[in-house]
Design a protein around this ligand. Structure first.
Ligand SMILES: NC(=O)c1ccc[n+]([C@@H]2O[C@H](COP(=O)([O-])OP(=O)(O)OC[C@H]3O[C@@H](n4cnc5c(N)ncnc54)[C@H](OP(=O)(O)O)[C@@H]3O)[C@@H](O)[C@H]2O)c1
Length: 336
């Protein structure tokens, strides 16, 4: 019996040490896959949803700098055209940037069919399913339209765009798909229940799809993301916590700035693109094809999984949101 206990103990310690080593090595030392594997500088395209602002815009700029032609997808034509112009300026027009207008919240098949037809003619090497919408309310308070929009944008858009892009990737036997997930998808988050559940969907969808297409030389990864400050293009629209933090700027000036735990979109996207194919903070945590690339997020992810006490973190995140909301309502002179 004591021999058995010793063996189990030794296994547990060895697994812990291996996990720690893997997280540190992948986060701080090992390089990810070279983007040339997916057609960078060879005329391949990167398709990015939600590319007019924030993280999506930054993916567009950095993938263009890496040598991909870029298809920018979102609703705002002026903003998308500005991003396309910025790409042309930055790359001296060495890559092409096109825009495609789609409102994923609308159940209008025409723009989606147009997108499908455009991508079927392109050599798409990378797809970034970035578009996302959040809320900051108890489920019972959330209006039906908002619930529908979040599901349509966070789940529907990913499924539809992936379905449009995948056949070409399978044919070419090459591709990278990045689904922009969230810590809220790993730890169920009260007051973000719909958002949190849609991001959990992405985790499961990613793992299942990744296995389906691995033999076609296509890589699918769920990007586990904590806060990101998109300093270049305010306002933040998808993350209520950031919105609340931002509105407290006069009280807590530091919190809206980038920090160890809150990188700029540029830093965040750079960490993603330099760690493709690794897991970093998600290493050896039973979440295949999930990547927590940015080092601050990676260490937090590691700690959450080492502690392994989800109920604690659910209630911890709930308390953070309650306090943020209370402060917000107080500033607006309303009662909780
Ligand atoms: N920022 C964070 O702290 C954070 C943390 C974790 C995860 N994430 C995830 O990262 C992703 C990007 O977040 P972000 O903060 O960069 O967002 P953001 O700055 O609000 O940008 C959202 C993008 O999506 C587009 N968009 C919004 N609704 C759309 C619709 N109905 N149809 C088509 N496009 C639409 C917007 O452009 P138009 O207005 O032009 O359509 C914009 O380009 C999201 O999936 C989010 O959940 C963010």
């Amino acid at each position: 019996m004591s021999y058995l206990v010793l063996c189990v103990g030794a296994f547990t310690v060895a697994r812990f040490l291996l996990k720690t080593l893997l997280v540190l090595a992948q986060t701080f030392v090992l390089p990810g896959k070279n983007l040339k594997m997916f057609g960078a500088t060879e005329g391949a395209w990167a398709v990015i949803t939600g590319a007019s602002d924030g993280i999506g815009k930054e993916f567009a700029l950095q993938l263009a700098a890496a040598g991909f032609n870029i298809l920018l997808v979102a609703r705002n034509e002026v903003a998308l055209t500005a991003v396309a112009a910025e790409i042309a300026r930055n790359t001296a027009s060495k890559v092409e940037a096109r825009i495609q207008l789609v409102d994923f919240a609308k159940h209008d098949p025409a723009p989606l069919n147009a997108l499908r037809s455009v991508v079927s003619d392109l050599n798409v090497g990378v797809l970034v399913n970035n578009v996302g919408k959040a809320h900051c309310s108890y489920f019972v308070e959330t209006v039906e339209q908002e619930i529908e929009d979040i599901v349509a944008i966070n789940i529907g858009a990913t499924l539809r765009v992936t379905h449009a892009v995948l056949p070409g990737m399978i044919q070419r036997k090459r591709g990278l798909m990045l689904n922009v997930g969230s810590f809220a998808g790993q730890v169920p988050t009260p007051m973000l229940s719909i958002y949190s559940s849609t991001k959990a969907f992405l985790t499961t969808f990613t793992s299942a799809l990744a296995e389906e297409v691995r033999s076609h030389n296509i890589m699918v990864q769920n990007l586990n993301t904590y806060f990101v400050v998109c300093v270049f293009s305010p306002p933040f629209t998808t993350n209520c916590v950031l919105m609340l933090m931002r509105s407290q700027a006069t009280k807590m000036p530091g919190i809206t700035k980038s920090s160890m735990m809150v990188p700029t979109a540029a830093t965040y996207v750079h960490s993603v693109l330099s760690k493709i194919g690794l897991s970093c903070g998600a290493a050896l945590s039973d979440r295949p094809d999930t990547l927590t690339p940015y080092w601050g997020h990676a260490l937090l992810d590691y700690v959450i999984h080492v502690i392994g006490w989800k109920a604690f973190f659910i209630s911890y995140f709930h308390r953070i949101l309650i306090n943020r909301r209370r402060a917000q309502l107080e500033r607006e002179g309303k009662q909780q």
